[in-house]
Each structure stands twice: as C-alpha cells, then as structure tokens.
Design a binder for this molecule. Structure first.
Ligand SMILES: Cc1cc2nc3c(=O)[nH]c(=O)nc-3n(C[C@H](O)[C@H](O)[C@H](O)COP(=O)(O)OP(=O)(O)OC[C@H]3O[C@@H](n4cnc5c(N)ncnc54)[C@H](O)[C@@H]3O)c2cc1C
Length: 387
C-alpha cells in the first residue's frame, strides 16, 4: 500500500480571530433579540433570508478572504471559519449567500474575467448577489462526466440547452455556474470537453421550478435551459477546464463546519431541556460523547481551513471530514430521539419538537448533497492507494 499521511495541522490562531467571533456572536444575539430570525435546523441549506444576508454584507462578513479591491477584507480562512461556525451554531438563515461566499466567489477570483471580478464580487460581498450550482442533472449526479447539458458555439458566444437538477436556492439567485459539455464524449477521457459557464438566471430561455422536499421546504429546483445565449466571456477560465475547476472546488465544498453542524441547534437545545429534567447519567454520557465528537471533527475541519489558507487543496482530507461529519449530524438526531420522541409536526408550538422534526426530515439529504458518502469513500480509498 502506498504510504499516505493525512494531514490535519493545528491552526495558528491570531487573537483577531477570537475578537471577530465575539463580534459575530454579539450581532447574532442582537438579531435574535430583535426577532429577525428564528433558529432553524439545516439553516445553511433550508434558511433563505436575503435581508439577513444583506445585513451580514453590511458588517463585512461575506467574502472576508477576498482582496479589498473586490469587496473583501483580506482576512484568513480561519476568520471565515469562525464566521460560518457562529452562523451555523445560531441556526441563522444563511443560504442566500452561502454558495457564492464558499465557492462561486473563489472560483471567479481564480478563473473569472476582470469584468466578472469587478462587477460581481463586490456585490456578493455586500450580500446582494447570489449564486446557484448547476452540476447535477436527471441522469448525472455522482457521475458528473455524464452531464448532457450542452453548449454549442454560436456567433459571439454559446447556446446552452439542458436541465440542471437540485439547484439549491436558484429561486433567489442572479447567477448559476453551469457545467456543460462543449465537445463530444471521448470514452477514454470522459472528463474532457466539459466547461463551466456563468449564466444569468434572468436570461431568455431559463426557467426555474421549485421542488418541495419532504420537510415541506422548496429550497432546491429544477432549472431548464432552452437555447440560452451566453457571450464568449461567460466562459469560466478556458473551454475544457470544467472538470479541473469543479474538482478544485471540492475541498472548499466538503470540509467546512456545515458538514457536521446542520443539526447542532437541536443538540444545544437538548442540553437546556436536560437541565430542567431529573438527573440522568446515561443521558448525560450520550450527549457528552456527541460533544466530544464535535471537538474532534472541528479540529479536523480547522486543519483543512489551515491547509486551504496555505494554498493547498486537501481533497482527501475533505472527503474524510464530510463522510464522518455528515453521518455524525444524522446520528445526533437518532441519539436525541432516544430521549425525546419526535412527533412529526413542524408547527407544534413547541420549539424543541419543531427543531427535532425539522432535523429528522432533513437529515437524509446530508449524506447525499455535495457528493454521496459512497463516492467519498472511493476518493478516500484512492488516497490510501487502495484503488
Ligand atoms: C439537499 C440537496 C441539495 C443539493 N444541491 C445541489 C446543488 O445546488 N447543485 C447541484 O448541482 N446538485 C445539488 N444536489 C445534488 C447532489 O449533488 C446529488 O444528489 C449527489 O451528487 C448524488 O447524485 P444523484 O442524486 O444523481 O444520485 P446517484 O448518483 O444516482 O446515486 C444513487 C446512489 O448510488 C450510489 N452510487 C452512485 N455511483 C456510485 C459509485 N460509483 N460507487 C458506489 N456507489 C455509487 C450513490 O452513492 C447513491 O447512494 C443536491 C442534493 C441534495 C440532496
């Protein structure tokens, strides 16, 4: 077996990171006091509130690692980490800007034109411009090389036709990054001939249909493209770069605290419930073990933030965090229901029950979105030299 060293270095935390954490915490406490949001489970996927996102933008907490000339603050990946962590722990409605902050903005920084950087990044940072990811299709999810959305060259640009599925948040987004086939499939190089385009979702020929999930939320969509024209400069990077770009985004997409904190609000609330109940040492031990595992996952995820800060792309480490983290955030719900039976009502008037049932209904998606756990295990096995 190939000798593989997984690397989760301990971060060197500048004191300004903790100062920022306290500022974000204070902001969230103030927002809660004003009643502007109600903590929700899976808030980074199901919670869309463009006003809330705008207020975060005004605080300067979106795109914090980006250059100042594009609306950023030139802070580190660890500064970004504590902002995202505090937002998740509070169950704040952050989906509107999540994708743009996490990966579309960095993609534009890396592969976008000057006009994209100047025209779009400052608006993302201000919390007014949102992005959706156009990767999955009806016949292509795990196997993205099977995408059938095609872009054909035409005068001055490209014409895109196809269907993208499960596009989270597209209903409020200005843009989607669309992975399309720009040349015929070569069975020996299936990942070649794919290109990412920046597509305005108000372009003629685009239609968006909401899909309701079993928790009753319509946060993802089917997005259709019927001969949608995009100009030549809508190509992200170079034609044929699509595969390289999306694999490059994976470490960012899979390693953050959203991969183990989606049900944290329910766990935190369980501690308050427990405090009001007669002493139960078994219950304490079960909940205590969950907290210990959060510490471990957090250390691993912070290690990846450190590697990203150092310019590395730790795809295998990110797959490990996502595999362990998403199974863990599902397990939280299963452990809690041992002590608090879940009555399937999301509007019961009982906040804790609402959080539990929301978590239960949303948890099947955790191990699917962003790459299923079977696919992650394949990546880890390859990293170990087993494939
Ligand atoms: C809440 C949510 C939000 C999402 N948001 C977005 C989004 O914004 N944009 C976007 O593009 N997509 C999005 N997705 C789609 C997501 O990325 C896909 O669902 C995922 O990649 C799996 O693809 P699939 O659904 O086509 O399943 P399939 O690929 O058909 O997989 C079905 C099953 O087969 C298994 N399987 C497939 N291939 C292999 C293999 N080679 N080895 C072992 N097992 C395998 C899978 O693990 C899975 O269990 C979202 C999904 C969810 C649930």
């Amino acid at each position: 077996m190939q000798n593989i060293n997984f690397n989760f270095p301990a971060p060197i935390v500048d004191p300004s990171v903790e100062t920022l954490r306290m500022d974000v915490r204070q902001f969230l406490a103030d927002e809660r006091r004003k009643g502007t949001f109600h903590p929700g489970a899976d808030c980074w996927c199901a919670g869309i509130d463009t006003d809330f996102t705008r207020r975060l933008g005004q605080k300067g907490w979106i795109g914090v690692t980006w250059p100042k000339e594009y609306g950023g603050q030139e802070l580190t990946a660890l500064h970004r980490y504590v902002i995202t962590e505090e937002l998740l722990v509070a169950g704040a409605p952050v989906h509107a800007h999540w994708i743009a902050d996490r990966q579309s903005g960095p993609l534009i920084l890396q592969s976008g034109t000057k006009a994209m950087k100047e025209g779009i990044l400052p608006r993302i940072a201000a919390g007014t411009c949102y992005f959706a990811l156009g990767l999955s299709e009806p016949g292509a999810g795990s196997d993205l090389a099977a995408v059938r959305t095609r872009a054909l060259p035409t005068e001055g640009g490209w014409q895109i036709t196809g269907t993208k599925l499960w596009s989270s948040g597209a209903q409020v987004c200005e843009y989607m990054t669309v992975l399309a086939r720009t040349s015929k499939v070569d069975e020996n190089h299936r990942h070649a001939g794919l290109t990412q385009f920046l597509v305005r979702l108000d372009s003629p020929g685009v239609s968006i249909r909401g899909i309701r999930d079993m928790s009753g939320v319509e946060h993802f969509n089917e997005t259709n493209f019927e001969n949608v024209f995009v100009p030549d400069d809508a190509v992200l990077g170079a034609v044929g770069d699509g595969w390289k770009q999306i694999t490059g985004e994976l470490a960012m997409e899979r390693s953050g605290p959203e991969r183990f904190l989606s049900t944290f609000v329910a766990l935190e609330r369980a501690f308050s419930e427990m405090a009001a109940m007669p002493e139960n040492s078994h219950q304490k031990a079960v909940l205590g073990r969950l907290v210990a595992r959060i510490r471990a996952l957090r250390s691993m995820s912070l290690g990846i933030a450190t590697l990203l800060q150092n310019g590395q792309s730790p795809e295998v480490e990110a797959a490990i965090v996502k595999d362990l983290g998403t199974r863990f955030e599902q397990e939280i719900v299963e452990k809690l229901r041992e002590f608090w039976p879940i009555f399937m009502s999301q509007n019961s008037g009982d906040d804790f029950q609402n959080l539990l049932s929301e978590s239960l209904l949303r948890q099947p998606s955790f191990t699917l979105r962003g790459g299923t756990n079977e696919i992650l295990k394949g990546i880890i096995a390859r990293g170990l030299g087993l494939r």
